[in-house]
Design a protein around this ligand. Structure first.
Ligand SMILES: [Zn+2]
Length: 391
């Protein structure tokens, strides 16, 4: 081999090795920096709560962005909000794994355009395949693949649910073996379609069963609550919603502009949900639901997932989340409310997943019955999914 070629190969191999080590370090540093908790484990609650919580048949959560960070969720970590060991310890039966594809720099609740993006650097920095550096669709497909890979290497501890029958079988199986958990795939912002209607089917085929039209900026489907124009559903958006309904995919109205929520509620023939939100009644800001929208979603047979971070519930603890739950159930009844934590969504959460009993502690203080608590902590989500996933 000529000397210069040998030298070039050594340089190339060293660069590759440096990049590989760099991606490992970057993933860990970024993950730890963005996914903190207000209160660290272990958590303390009443004996009554312990007895009630760990006997709940089905604890579920409508929103976690954990797939974004390249965290190996088959292993237990001391940082971030969840992984499979902690989910099993916390008696979690079902988690929505939601995919983030693009977030603007200097992200805020008021006005964001689509001209900048943090996730390109994250994809490169965490060592994702080069296709994901340039394509939002590939970012979604990659995160789907990663969840299925976690499931494969979890030794039966994580199942990916894609239809009603799988969920039914899993519920039966979990009665005998609680050393397992499950999840389903969602998308936060349908810019992942890259403006092409046929990509709805591509997302479905990749296992995705829930999609939110917009995230932090207006896109081809319509307005975000945090966008520049905050408009309603576009003709393309209408086509997408109809296509999703034809496939029995679930529409998620989190981060949607008020006009877009109105338009979807008018158009929808199937129940919708809001995967992670607060309510204006206890925390009045642009990301949260108005009373009219809470009522509209309940009238549609929908579900509202209440979050566990300060910007959504105007407080840093379980009491603030319980207060938002109480406000919502007072308005529309217990059966339309569940948890939508936003775990690992670049937020400081009140606690990690093992802190879920703290919510039950607060719900007991507010006077809820055991049956109502079981519904709020996951029974409602189970019933919704048994009805609205594809058969
Ligand atoms: Zn979000």
């Amino acid at each position: 081999m000529p000397k210069f070629l040998k030298k070039s190969l050594i340089i190339l191999a060293s660069l590759f090795l440096l990049y590989f080590i760099g991606t490992r370090l970057t993933a860990r540093i970024v993950d730890e920096k963005f996914n903190r908790v207000a209160l660290a484990a272990p958590y303390h609650y009443s004996e009554k709560t312990t007895a009630l919580y760990y006997n709940l048949p089905f604890v579920a959560d409508l929103h976690s962005d954990v797939l974004l960070w390249k965290r190996d969720i088959t292993k237990r970590h001391s940082h971030g909000h969840e992984d499979i060991p902690r989910m099993i310890e916390a008696n979690v039966a079902l988690q929505a794994f939601t995919i983030v594809s693009k977030t603007p720099k200097n992200m805020n609740f008021e006005h964001n355009d689509d001209k900048t993006d943090n996730i390109t650097t994250l994809m490169f920095g965490t060592g994702r395949p080069p296709t994901t550096w340039f394509s939002l669709k590939e970012r979604a497909l990659q995160q789907c693949k990663e969840l299925y890979n976690f499931s494969k290497s979890s030794q039966g501890k994580l199942q990916v649910i894609t239809n009603q029958q799988e969920l039914k079988n899993y519920i039966e199986d979990r009665k005998l073996n609680k050393n397992q958990t499950a999840g389903y795939l969602g998308v936060e912002g349908m810019q992942v379609l890259e403006g092409d209607l046929t990509n709805v089917q591509v997302m479905y085929d990749a296992g995705i069963r829930m999609m939110a039209p917009t995230h932090f900026f207006d896109n081809k489907l319509g307005g975000s609550a945090h966008g520049m124009k905050k408009g309603g559903l576009t003709p393309f958006g209408e086509q997408v919603i109809k296509k999703m309904e034809s496939l029995n995919m679930i529409v998620d109205l989190a981060h949607a502009s008020p006009a877009l929520i109105d338009d979807v509620l008018k158009l929808a023939t199937r129940p919708v949900l809001v995967s992670h939100t607060g309510v204006k009644g206890t925390c009045n800001n642009l990301r949260n639901l108005s009373d009219a929208h809470i009522k509209g979603i309940a009238a549609n047979g929908g579900l509202i997932g209440i979050a566990v971070f300060e910007a959504a519930v105007c407080g840093t603890n379980a009491a603030a989340t319980a207060k938002a739950i109480k406000y919502t159930t007072n308005l529309v009844g217990v059966k339309h409310v569940g948890l939508g934590t936003d775990f690992d969504g670049a937020i400081p959460a009140h606690f990690d997943v093992t802190g879920f009993p703290l919510i039950v502690d607060e719900l007991l203080k507010l006077g809820y019955s055991n049956a109502d608590i079981a519904a709020i902590m996951g029974g409602n989500i189970r019933d919704f999914m048994l009805k609205n996933l594809p058969e």
